[in-house]
Design a protein around this ligand. Sequence first.
Ligand code: ZN
Length: 443
Amino acid sequence: MKDEDYYDVRDDRLFRYPDARRLDQSRWIAIRAAPDYLRSYAGQVALLTAANLLGRMARRVALDILPTDMVQPLPWAGEDIVGFALAQMQAADPRGEYLIRPAHDSDHIVFLGASGAPVVTHGAGWLAYTGPAPSPLPADDAANPIGAALAVIAMAAQLAAHGFDGPPAAVMLNSFDWTHEFGAPLPALPLGADLGALWAVGAGSVGTAILYFLTLATRNFSALLFDRDKVKRENITRSPVFADEDIKSDKAQVLEAYLRRCGITDMAHEPVMLHESRKWTDRASGTPDLVIAAANEHNVRHLIESLLPPVQIYGTTGRNWQASVIRHVPMVDPCSCCLFPETSYTPTGCATDPEAAPADGQQVDAALPHLSFAAGLMAAAEILKLSLPGYTMTPNRSLLYTKPELRLARAGVKLRQGCVCGARSRAVHEKMIAGSRYAALSG
Ligand SMILES: [Zn+2]
């Protein structure tokens, strides 16, 4: 296959997305980092996310980074971060040019750290900044991946929306309360939090992104992965996990193999539709602790809700350059069928928000790399926050718009009259989730 045809297939979903354009693929991106930031956990998360995401958006990326050992609690602590990041980019795009070399004047420079270049991308703790130097963020050496990864996604979102010559707008994001407010003290994430039994329904771009970001913080969970689809070339740019060699393999199996390489051992996958899985239809009460519902296969939400699920958290990508995180606590929040009625049938199996679907009902599996990463990161953030005592996301949905400018918004899902959740027995649902880790949220 000629390179041009190869990349046309690969970027097909971007071409289908409203107002989206491919970055100038002849231009090199050079990633640099402040030395102190690069030695920190947050700085390393920023570099890994930047290489992973930019390598899927651009064909030419240079790492102007000295060899540096990764630190705890990254899954690959002790390995050289530069070699690791380079190998990951090349695996995702074997035809691309990914090099370790000094930045050139003609390169588009991405600088990670609080200061050291005219424009910086910097995240720490729950906070994220991208824009003119210096970063206004307070110092924070917490082992929290969310702010650092969010800063990189914000930077990449500006590239996706405005290209290489867009204005370096200053953006501050608070991933703890999903606002642009800074200043209030924020709780520290417990190290290596035990998340319990996670069942991921959907191992596509958003599902893999959720698990990818979770594993940067903790591997202390078990996972059961449901997905019947196989990896296609046009899926590669939107998942931080899929590599070119994974094409034609089961998505759930690829994700499981990735998680095993990260050190998670208690795992299984189900390469079938959810209703075909005995593990789902015959599941015991108190199991699992959390459902990550990152799929829209036909009727999947109804199937989940009709079997009285525990807490659900997931991310979606929309058609207006936005990503969102949504939580459903049983008996407290409106359910997922309130948001996705059965009629909103999405045949593609991607976690695309039908709310933003075109009015003519045409469903196209179109999304952008930075939106899938954003949806995954936002959901990972809310899953990690479950280990903070007394915390609940209020309201139960937050959105990140990335065009025309980066903007966070909070908008709770509303209860829908006539929804399946209205007819459920509270007593039976309580019994079904009794003993699961987050049952107390249903108070
Ligand atoms: Zn409902």
